[in-house]
Design a protein around this ligand. Structure first.
Ligand code: MLT
Ligand code: ZN
Length: 461
């Protein structure tokens, strides 16, 4: 270790795994945003809570910034290390610690991959219902740090509904045991909830106790083609009133074009501007008839142009791929991502304003819309034209985001629904949170992390 600060760390924690090879710095220093050049000081891979605490104490003394790191599948730059930070990767702390059949909780270390949590829960006849396309790579710690949403929020809510307890090493090195799995706990501020969605700026999750629930009854998956945006909201209202929805996701013809080019299979012929993948509970014949009746009513009203219902698990997976494959299919086009939300009731007016604004100001840019329409959460991806340099493209996208932030502010929405603020959206935080709120958030950060060593530069400018 040539850097004296790292030599000090290695002396204090002789068993700590530390990486300094250029390839490792590159690998662990970036997330899925791919916009920043990674430049961490080193990568630390602790194997215990004591090692995490030791690193945090060292960082406070040496004034080294720490970037807590999980699966690095984030899309807002929250796990990027571009300024000589120590990346604290939790990937070695990836075990199931225990299952409690009475409480129906699973206690896990933070580096465990979401899909492994799903499998562990299923092994006990239960489910952990937070789910999204990055399930095979993202870590549970990262989902907690961003209060991850995903495709089943409409039925189960966000990550914060499913965290019964958290052990956290705060920025001052103290180990906090928050809520301890209790269902009811009316004893003052809920610091556990404060940690969820704090993007690694208050503490490092070292253990989480997750609530599990019963698997849903058998479900069916349907793909719908719709003639216009107005129909989208009408079909949503119709389906939500008639069915027990597990998911209601939308995408445009532009998104479909990319996902088909990426190997997904077309399921509906013809050109349609909007599509919905919906999954709903269909345990018995009555529920299936209700679904058919809702579909027919949508067709009669002119709100549904075409549709297909999956006849097998393989077909259901193929329909889901049309939606879940979008992110991967757009990646080669270096998309600039926006992840916004408004109240469901405000969606039609917001969409109308945003579409006419983009049509007027940027008639030639390629914008891909998709997302969790049933939660009022839209992903608006701007694709980089070949002709524009990276810098010009980012400058143009920042302007689009400014328009978006202003429009969101008028409609009472949020600049980040589920990806977090990170680096990507920190300049727009004020469009969503008031000056008084931001001042309080800074004050909270100061309490938990007085030296500002945890993920500095993320969330706040
Ligand atoms: C999704 O809903 O597919 C994810 O949030 C990823 C994305 O926005 O690209
Ligand atoms: Zn999403």
């Amino acid at each position: 270790m040539t850097d004296p600060r790292l030599a000090d760390l290695a002396r204090r924690l002789p068993d700590l795994r530390l990486l300094t090879d250029a390839g490792d710095l590159e690998h662990y220093g970036r997330d899925w945003t791919r916009r920043w050049t990674p430049a961490p000081l080193a990568i630390a891979l602790p194997a215990s809570v004591e090692e995490v605490q030791g690193i945090v104490h060292w960082a406070n003394e040496q004034k080294v910034a720490i970037v807590p790191s999980g699966g690095r599948t984030g899309l807002s730059g929250g796990a990027v290390a571009a300024h000589g930070e120590l990346v604290l990767s939790l990937e070695r702390m990836n075990r199931v610690v225990g299952f409690d059949a009475v409480d129906r909780t699973l206690t896990v270390q933070p580096g465990i991959v979401l899909e492994t949590v799903h499998e562990a829960a299923r092994g006990h006849g239960l489910i952990y219902p937070v789910d999204f396309a990055a399930r095979g790579s993202c870590s549970i710690g990262g989902t907690i740090a961003t209060n991850a949403g995903g495709i089943r929020v409409i039925r189960y809510g966000n990550t914060r509904e499913w965290i019964a307890g958290l052990k956290v090493v705060a920025g001052n090195g103290e180990l906090l045991d928050l809520n301890r799995g209790l269902i009811k706990n009316s004893s003052g501020y809920d610091l556990r909830q404060l940690m969820i969605g704090s993007e690694g700026t208050l503490g490092i999750v070292v253990e989480a106790t997750l609530r599990l629930t019963d698997p849903p009854p058998a479900s069916q998956v349907m793909l719908l083609a719709l003639p216009n945006m107005d129909a989208l909201m009408r079909v949503f209202a119709l389906f939500r009133a008639r069915l027990s929805l597990q998911a209601f996701e939308f995408f445009t013809d532009v998104a479909l074009k990319h996902v088909l080019a990426h190997g997904a299979q077309r399921a509906i012929e013809g050109d349609h501007p909007y599509y919905v993948v919906t999954e709903f509970e269909a345990a018995d014949e009555r529920a299936q008839e209700a679904a058919l009746a809702a579909f027919e009513q949508g067709v009669e009203q002119g709100a549904i142009s075409d549709g297909v219902i999956a006849q097998s698990d393989a077909q259901a997976a193929a329909l889901w791929r049309l939606r879940e494959g979008i992110t991967e299919s757009l990646a080669p086009h270096k998309p600039y991502k926006n992840d916004v939300s408004v109240r469901i009731g405000a969606l039609p007016a917001f969409l109308h304003d945003m579409q006419s604004l983009l049509g007027r100001e940027y008639p030639h840019i390629d914008v891909v819309w998709f997302g969790h329409i049933g939660d009022g959460n839209l992903h608006i991806n701007v694709l980089k034209p070949e002709s524009l340099s990276d810098a010009d493209f980012i400058a143009q996208c920042e302007h689009v985001t400014k328009l978006l932030a202003d429009t969101l502010q008028r409609h009472g929405g949020s600049i980040s629904a589920e990806h977090g603020i990170g680096l990507v959206k920190r300049a727009y935080l004020e469009s969503t949170r008031s000056a008084a709120e931001i001042a309080l958030m800074r004050g909270v950060r100061q309490v938990f992390d007085p030296n500002g060593i945890l993920n500095p530069g993320k969330l706040f400018v």
